[in-house]
Design a protein around this ligand. Sequence first.
Ligand SMILES: [Zn+2]
Length: 147
Amino acid sequence: MTSPSEPDAGAAPRLPAAPFPRLLLRAVRLRCVVCGTGRLFRGIFRMPPACDGCGYVFQRTDGGGYFLGSIYFNYIMSTVVAGIVLVVLMPYRPSMETQGLALFIALGGFSLWFHRYARALFMALDVALDPPATTRGPDGETRVIGV
Ligand SMILES: [Zn+2]
């Protein structure tokens, strides 16, 4: 029996996580945060199931919901953008309707644009806190898996 602090002998070895600034840089470039080579998105919204470069499974849980944490990143940044929009509009003293319309357009557009970055940043945080493991595929090649 192993204690919780000892690694399980049968488990796949954990990869050492890259330094967090490097993970963030890969996320900002929308590259796989594990290897830095594979693309995180094909198109605006479509995310492949795994990295082309290292095989890292992007969605580390079986069901949906893995990327729910990315909503926090999007919310925080949208709040910052809303503040900037209101500060920029302040000298013009726009009506409430104009402010609402400006916020609706700015936040809707920003949230859609930032969605990919929010996911990438969430993935970087997840990999930093819980590095993925490696395993050997049927071809004997080392593959990175999400655990
Ligand atoms: Zn990769």
